[in-house]
Design a protein around this ligand. Structure first.
Ligand code: ATP
Ligand code: MG
Length: 207
């Protein structure tokens, strides 16, 4: 059964938007293991709105932390200890799309970063990357961190206007697959997102 991890080169680059599109296209379940920051709505709520999936497909987070910062710090502020053994992908019927927080080297605990958690799971992992300046460096560093931990990389999903040189450099130097690209949508909603995903990606690459 299809289980995919969506990570990225940074926070705020479009992981949730991409994950919503992917989960919607696959008619999947969505799970965010750790939500840090509850003001302004959770990623799960955003996916519910943007994917068109029924609310039952949006699985509850293992940890919901109040403060918008790295999970280790957010947990400390809330007086919570994150137990990595609780961060196990839920057993569900049907496909599952999992979204990490921030990028691959974001701390979950004093000793564990997200890439370490992904290494436990060994699920095909998608790196969401901007196309704007700086993305080659961030993307290649993310790829190295995952490879070093033997995390299987499915490929890179780009977000932004097409920048052929940067996208080509990441694919060539990182030896990764270019899965597709989502443009920045001026009117972002479930319909425009589904259309952009269908135009920019091949669903078979994720099956
Ligand atoms: N393709 C897109 N078109 C239009 N807006 C987008 C697109 N992708 C992302 N955005 C906007 O950019 C912001 C950040 O996107 P998103 O929440 O998906 O980032 P993220 O990587 O999931 O962040 P976090 O690390 O907090 O989980 C949001 O306001 C979102 O609506
Ligand atoms: Mg997100």
């Amino acid at each position: 059964m299809t289980r995919l991890v969506v990570t990225g080169t940074d926070t705020d680059i479009g992981k949730t938007v991409f994950a919503a599109a992917l989960a919607g296209a696959l008619d999947a379940n969505y799970w965010k293991p750790v939500q840090a920051g509850l003001d302004g709505g959770s990623d799960a709520a955003r996916v519910a709105a943007l994917s068109g999936l029924s609310p039952s497909r949006i699985l509850p987070e293992a940890y919901r932390l109040v403060t918008p910062c790295s999970p280790d710090r957010a947990a400390a502020i809330d007086g919570v200890t994150i137990d990595p053994d609780r961060l196990v992908p839920p057993a569900v019927a049907g496909p599952l799309v999992i979204e990490g927080a921030g990028g691959v080297m974001v701390p979950l605990t004093d000793r564990l970063v997200f890439a370490d958690l992904f290494a436990r799971w060994r699920l095909p992992t998608i790196i969401v990357a901007r196309t704007t300046l700086g993305t080659i460096n961030h993307s290649l560093l993310s790829i190295e961190a995952l490879r070093r931990r033997d995390v299987p990389i499915l490929g890179v999903a780009f977000v932004g206007e097409a920048v052929a040189h940067s996208e080509d450099a990441i694919v060539r130097l990182g030896a990764v697959r270019h899965l597709g690209r989502l443009p920045i949508l001026p009117a972002l909603d479930a319909a425009s997102l589904a259309a952009a995903f269908a135009a920019g990606f091949d669903l078979e690459d994720f099956a």
